[in-house]
Design a protein. Structure first.
Length: 228
């Protein structure tokens, strides 16, 4: 049933991507042409298929409750299981991440690193790795009916090929904490600036740096043209 003041992922727990797609359109006033849902288990297989993904971990990732430990290193090449631990862990060092914002940024940076590894000569020059990666990817994705074919997904990938990784950005909406006396204490909600971002996207306009702030991560990573 319709409801207000519920967590964003409630829709997914009730009706998976179908309810989430409806929720997205009604909340943002943006038409959702297509969607892709990534299975975390298949995500690990994708990492294995390209021989691991290097990331810079400035401090140990420790989540004792879930048996997760990723050692600090510069860079550390993560295997499939390690990568899955890295993107899912809620504890960094001795601190619990109080919300998902910092974990989301870690996931964005890792996906950028994986894209760079897929585009590297070490992967593209190895047909066996390319085939394994595509096989793992297609088995771990759920899409809308219209997008649901490897050919159509490949067509989109080819369109993106010449854009340049520095032009592929991950942006986290501006948020603020709920008041300490709220039932959602420790959770976050969108600020009014989030509405401005949806409006600009709806009009196909550039997001200004003053609005995005330091929440933007580009796929080019360190050394890219934006210094991501």
């Amino acid at each position: 049933p319709a409801a207000t003041d519920v967590l964003w992922n409630e829709a997914f727990s009730v009706g998976k991507e179908f309810c989430t797609a409806d929720q997205f359109e009604q909340t943002t006033d943006l038409l959702l042409d297509h969607y892709v849902v990534v299975d975390f288990n298949g995500f690990g297989e994708m990492v294995e298929a390209v021989g691991g993904v290097p990331v810079c971990v400035p401090e140990d990732i420790v989540d004792r409750d879930n048996g997760i430990f990723v050692p600090a290193g510069d860079p550390t090449v993560l295997s499939g299981d390690q990568a899955l631990d890295y993107v899912r862990a809620r504890y960094v060092g001795d601190f619990e991440e109080q919300n998902d914002i910092s974990r989301i940024r870690r996931q964005q940076e890792f996906i950028g690193a994986m894209v760079r590894k897929v585009q590297s000569a070490g992967t593209l020059a190895r047909p066996d790795r390319v085939v394994r990666f595509l096989d793992a990817a297609t088995r771990s994705l759920r899409t809308d009916e219209e997008l649901g074919s490897v050919t159509r997904i490949a067509r989109i990938a080819l369109q993106l090929r010449d854009i340049g990784l520095e032009e592929v950005q991950f942006v986290t909406l501006p948020t603020e904490y709920f008041p300490s006396d709220s039932e959602f204490r420790g959770k976050v909600r969108w600020t009014p600036d989030a509405g401005r971002i949806w409006d600009l996207l709806n009009r196909d306009e550039v997001l200004p740096a003053s609005l995005v702030g330091d929440s933007s991560v580009d796929a080019a990573g360190p050394g890219g043209s934006r210094g991501g």
